[in-house]
Design a protein around this ligand. Structure first.
Ligand SMILES: [Zn+2]
Ligand SMILES: [Zn+2]
Length: 289
């Protein structure tokens, strides 16, 4: 008999009922905060994802890409943000005043290595808020994550926060990092030596033991933020404190996607094994252009 392909799974009735319960709780919570539902296509033009995620990111390289009968390159969605932003622009929703806040849930597809014990079709719930620069919106999105996990009974988690600056100040930092890593290239793993060329911030994210001493001594972006980014980051931290949300700042936190600016965060839990990221996100001021 034919089995299901590697990396996909059936959700049998009991599991499906659990998923439905979680989705219902999420939808209710998000609607309280003024987020509306959206459904985006399962596949898009490959170009859309490559442009937003970056070719050299894991998500960009792990796409299921295929040609349709007319030879056009299409890809199954590896994440939802690019499509949500595309929908926002395509339907000219920027004409309305105020922010556009939506939530989505559904399967995403990435060609993960089997040994990573990750599914190639996995389910994601997410929110996007477009049209506001307010740091308070960053706080709101993080708060939503916290409230969601509390609601479904997941208690053991903590938040890691960082700012990765803007297109004004980040290049200055990247130059400094490049300078520093250049002197330490021989101490880095082969992956990091490649990242040094194409995606230098991701070196900071390497988990390989051999890279840790070099990463530890690397310059941190916090020291290079421009005044606006510093001010924004300070307001996010204050907002989180006011909302009684505990967090720690991880000066080496970077995300695997190219499009983030300023605030990025991860919610990490040890409930599902060793320190797994169960929720992550950030601001993307330059994606909506
Ligand atoms: Zn900046
Ligand atoms: Zn490395």
């Amino acid at each position: 008999m034919i089995h299901s392909p590697r990396g996909v799974e059936d959700l049998l009735p009991q599991q499906t009922l659990q998923y439905q319960w979680i989705e219902k709780e999420a939808a209710f919570l998000f609607s309280l905060y003024g987020y509306e539902p959206i459904r985006i296509p399962t596949f898009e033009h490959t170009e859309l994802f490559l442009r937003s995620l970056g070719k050299e990111t894991d998500a960009g390289k792990q796409m299921y890409t295929f040609k349709d009968k007319k030879g056009r390159s299409l890809s199954l969605r590896p994440e939802a943000t690019a499509s949500v932003v595309r929908a926002y622009l395509q339907h000219k929703l920027y004409g309305h005043s105020g922010e556009w806040k939506v939530y989505y849930m559904g399967p995403m597809f990435r060609y993960e290595r089997p040994q990573a014990a990750r599914l190639r079709e996995f389910h994601q719930i997410g929110v996007e808020a477009i049209g506001e620069i307010s740091p308070q919106l960053d706080v709101e999105v993080i708060e939503l994550g916290v409230e969601f996990f509390k609601k479904i009974g997941l208690a053991n988690f903590h938040i890691q926060l960082n700012s990765i600056g803007c297109k004004g100040c980040r290049p200055v930092y990247e130059d400094q990092l490049k300078e520093y890593l250049k002197l330490n290239l021989t101490n880095l793993c082969s992956n990091c030596r490649r990242r040094y060329q194409y995606n230098i911030l991701r070196v900071l994210d390497c988990k390989k033991k051999e890279c840790q001493p070099t990463i530890k001594r690397a310059p941190v972006i916090g020291d290079y933020l421009c005044e606006d980014c510093q001010d924004h980051f300070k307001k996010v931290r204050t907002g989180l404190k006011d909302a009684h949300i505990e967090f720690s700042i991880d000066p080496h936190l970077v995300r695997g996607l190219d499009y983030y600016t300023r605030t990025i965060f991860e919610i990490v839990s040890s409930l599902l094994g060793p320190q797994a990221t169960i929720c992550a996100g950030g601001r993307y001021d330059d994606l909506v252009e």
